[in-house]
Write a protein that binds this ligand. Structure first.
Ligand code: UDP
Length: 236
């Protein structure tokens, strides 16, 4: 598959055309951002680690029957994926309270959430990715009622598959964000799943192993991602 013109540059990934309209190439960069792009740094090896980590997770999800855009790894930093028409919403599931939920509701970090919560956020850095509800999404035409129902169901299925996977590596899947798109009329999981878009804590010590290390200036960011990969058996 030929890498064609640059179609889009995101905060951590770039998207390139291929010789097929149905596929694009995602190139994972070392850029790491937080706070809607206000804090940005380059972290060595992060592009490679996230590319391989994401491929491993997407393959596990596909094996569990979840439709994903991932086709195959092309090299250390590039993957071939289906070209989705992205829905501009972030789907977030939380098993434990952290991050914006703690700030918004004043609950204690680490509180177990049973059943897990489901939230929608609008993808809009200029507005700080505001939380929206299903009614907003339908009225503004971001997604249909049926698409939202499917995204919600798929996100909860992803939570079941991945909570078990991470627990087997002695990690708690605290929360995560997914993005979906449409491919040939079907809702398909897009974007990426990596420690950039989820929270993972060591089960015993609750040591943070995800992008909170970057957000909070704790250091050892890529080292933590590599530790997660190693615990899951991802070959880097
Ligand atoms: N998240 C993300 N991208 C965003 C916002 C959130 O990947 O633009 C992820 C984040 O890493 C966490 C989950 O979604 O795993 C919930 O994030 P939260 O709403 O707590 O916001 P944050 O504290 O990151 O501002």
């Amino acid at each position: 598959m030929q890498k064609g013109e640059l179609l889009y540059t995101g905060k951590a990934k770039s998207v390139y055309a291929t010789d097929s309209a149905d596929f694009v190439i995602i190139a994972y960069r070392n850029d790491t951002s937080a706070f809607d792009g206000k804090k940005v740094e380059q972290l060595d090896r992060k592009g490679m680690v996230n590319n391989k980590f994401n491929a491993f997770i997407m393959d596990k999800l596909a094996a569990a029957g979840i439709p994903t855009h991932h086709e195959r790894l092309l090299n250390d930093t590039d993957s071939l994926v289906k070209h989705l028409q992205m829905i501009p919403l972030e789907c977030v599931v939380r098993n434990f309270a952290a991050g914006s939920l703690v700030r918004r509701l004043g609950v204690e970090e680490g509180m177990s959430l049973t059943p897990p919560t489901f939230e929608l956020f609008l993808k809009n850095d200029a507005l700080g990715d505001p939380m929206v509800n299903e009614s907003h999404a339908v009225s503004f035409g971001w997604a249909t009622t049926e698409q939202i129902a499917q995204m919600r169901e798929l996100t909860f299925r992803v939570n079941e598959v991945l909570s078990a996977l991470f627990l087997a590596g002695d990690m708690l899947l605290v929360d995560f964000k997914l993005e979906f798109g449409v491919f040939k009329g079907q809702i398909v999981l897009g974007d990426e799943f990596s420690p950039d878009g989820c929270r993972l804590w060591d089960r015993e010590t609750r040591r943070k192993l995800d992008k909170d290390r970057f957000r909070q200036g704790l250091g050892g960011v890529v080292e933590a991602y590599e530790e997660v990969a190693q615990r899951l058996g991802v070959s880097l």
